[in-house]
Write a protein that binds this ligand. Structure first.
Ligand code: ADP
Ligand code: MG
Length: 616
């Protein structure tokens, strides 16, 4: 659909910027696009609770860093003393001071190691818990988040929850390992400098605000560039996730090269964005380094002061050593700030997934219903998917009594699947209400509502895993009842082919059940719904991929079993429709009931239903 598909073998990168899909996707989210204040730590707010609960390793890490800074501050006078020791050529003092210095170095190294170990523990633990929290929030989002025009690509979510969550750990570590240790080191060194020479100290201090401003400016630039780099990987990952599951279509259309070209386009954007980021990252320390040449000035002035004899040589050595050791943490803070700015888009994008307004909200006083008879009422239900979308259902009234089997027919795109989504409360009607056993489904807990409805959806969804796990999905985390699994499989006429699989019920059916044929997948999906054993069963074109004979067997079995269940069957076959007590036609958003006998009475066949447009 995009322009480059026409040029699979000669990709024109100049087209990249004009490609609508890509440039659109690279636009940052509206809220985050807005410029932040010059120095801002606002993105740390959502991760603060996670950091607070990691207070123990953080505290331990900071204590270790204090020990290590203490040792460092002890170096300075020791180093100063060496100047006078050299002058006096006192071997004993030299050995003593040398051993002290070695001891300090050892303790400092141990302290630094422990500091890093503890702070990584805190950073990775926080990222782990953030990751789990965000994934939970993603799964709790309304169905509308995943489908339709605004639907977020699975690959994008995957990238955020995997790679970007790791970036969050790096950022958190950079911040934790810098704030306290560097501040301590700055304070310690500043104290040493003040002792050595208050005048020179004050002069050096002037440089710090200037440097901070430059670092803050560069940090903001880095954040913006980083954000684009993050988006470009998300795009790439989203694209791969779109294509690979549809590899059969790609191959059968000989579209490999087109897809490679498409991939190359995304990859090239990623290249451009990352190159910009890396260049900026390489530039920042160099600029900061250049600013440090300012300290040379201190040397010049220092030598002037010494020549006038106001301080002695060992003081100036102490002073300069302290200054060098003070610059190190200042530089460290600058680097950490940039690291943080670079990781900020990852934090934003991750927590973006958790900020949303639910359309489907469970009331605090929603009731948990134990059992239902299966009485379903739609009262004047009107629905559309979005503000600018056409109405899918208009003033739909429907009453299905307990134990009834109702067939829902109508042209494709008529809104049959949508009606089932509303019953499951995956979307909220625009107006009207839906009642289950005379209770508004809005007053029932989502879990109990959905527990009482088994759905065999039109798009069969199987998971990589064993046959038994797929059928017993309801007890996914608990203990799957193998007897019930086999019983459900038998009713769905699936037992026979499952037994033929290499490891029977334990056979892994591959990604999305790719080991199985279309009809086999459908029978597994039916078995899964039967295993749920709910009072209400929805079969959304659940037998469309079955051959006539198998469909008949499944239908008869289901018919036998479901005398005491309420069944809503969306089907296109006359036979399936005829097994229903009632037939409803959904067309143009309106629901109309026709007596099933009238279908037979008029001598309608599959063909005539087809031509009448009633059944597709
Ligand atoms: P049916 O099951 O009868 O074939 P659907 O209920 O799937 O029809 O779809 C009804 C209409 O709603 C179609 O026009 C379809 O394009 C639209 N539609 C379905 N799902 C969505 C969605 N998630 N976002 C926007 N429009 C949708
Ligand atoms: Mg449908």
């Amino acid at each position: 659909s995009s322009p480059s598909r026409k040029f699979p073998s000669s990709i024109k990168f100049s087209m990249v910027s004009s490609c609508p899909g890509v440039s659109e996707a690279l636009k940052p989210d509206s809220k985050l696009q807005s410029d932040r204040p010059f120095i801002s730590f606002s993105s740390l707010v959502p991760i603060t609770p996670y950091l607070m609960s990691e207070w123990e390793p953080i505290l331990k890490g900071w204590i270790c860093s204090a020990v290590s800074v203490y040792c460092l501050s002890k170096y300075v006078p020791t180093v100063g003393k060496f100047t006078s020791i050299f002058a006096s050529v006192d071997a004993n003092r030299f050995t003593r001071e040398g051993l002290t210095l070695a001891g300090l170095v050892l303790v400092r190294c141990a302290g630094s190691y422990l500091q890093q170990a503890f702070l990584w523990e805190a950073a990775l633990n926080s990222a782990y818990r953030i990751r789990v929290y965000v994934f939970r929030k993603v799964l709790e989002r309304d169905l509308g988040f995943f489908e339709g025009t605004g639907g977020v690509a699975a690959g994008d979510i995957a990238y955020r929850v995997t790679a970007e969550a790791s970036d969050v750990a790096d950022t958190v570590y950079a911040v934790l390992s810098t704030i306290v240790p560097s501040t301590l080191q700055i304070i310690a060194m500043a104290a040493q400098m003040l002792v050595a020479s208050p005048v020179l100290s004050l002069m050096s201090a002037l440089a710090i605000p200037c440097m901070s401003l430059v670092i803050a400016y560069l940090g903001e630039r880095l954040r913006k560039i980083s954000r684009k780099a993050h988006l470009s990987v998300a795009e790439l990952s989203g694209y791969i996730n779109e294509v690979l599951p549809r590899i059969l279509v790609v191959k059968s259309n000989n579209a490999e090269l087109c897809e490679v070209a498409q991939f190359q386009r995304f990859a090239h954007i990623d290249l451009t964005e990352h190159l910009k980021k890396k260049k900026m990252k390489s530039l920042v320390p160099q600029i900061v380094q250049v600013m440090y040449t300012g300290t040379l000035l201190v040397f010049c002035i220092g030598s002037l002061v010494v020549s006038r004899g106001s301080i002695d040589c060992s003081q100036i050595v102490s002073f300069v050593t302290s200054l060098v050791l003070l610059i190190e943490p200042v530089q460290g803070i600058g680097k950490a700030y940039n690291e943080f700015k670079q990781g900020e888009p990852a934090i934003d994008r991750l927590f973006d997934l958790t900020r949303f307004n639910h359309q489907v909200i469970e009331k605090p006083d929603a009731v948990d219903i134990d059992s239902v008879t299966g009485d379903i009422k739609f009262c004047g239900v009107t629905f559309k998917y979005g503000e600018n979308m056409p109405f899918v259902l208009q003033q739909v009234n429907l009453h299905i009594r307990p134990g009834q089997t109702v067939a829902l027919v109508g042209p494709s795109g008529g809104g049959k699947t949508t009606l089932t989504k509303l019953l499951l409360r995956l979307y909220e009607p625009l107006s009207g209400c839906i009642l289950l056993d005379d209770l508004d489904i809005g007053d029932i807990t989502l879990a109990s509502l959905r527990r009482h409805i088994s759905l065999v959806s039109q798009d069969i969804a199987l998971f990589s895993g064993s046959v038994a796990e797929n059928i017993g999905y309801r007890d996914f985390m608990g203990k799957i009842n193998m007897e019930q699994v086999m019983e459900a499989a038998k009713i769905a006429n699936a037992d026979e082919f499952i037994q033929m699989l290499p490891e029977g019920y334990n056979t892994n059916i591959g990604p999305r059940g790719s080991l199985l044929s279309g009809g086999q997948k459908q029978r597994l999906a039916i078995a899964r719904a039967l295993y749920q054993n709910s009072s209400i069963l929805i079969l959304d074109e659940a037998t469309s991929a079955l051959d006539h004979r198998t469909e008949k067997l499944v239908r008869q079995a289901v018919e036998r079993l479901l005398d005491n269940h309420t069944v809503l069957v969306i089907a296109h076959r006359l036979e399936t429709v005829l097994m229903a007590d009632r037939v409803l036609v959904l067309e143009g958003g309106k629901l109309e009931e026709i007596p099933p006998s009238s279908l037979l009475g008029q001598g309608l066949s599959n063909d005539s239903l087809l031509s009448s447009g009633l059944i597709i």
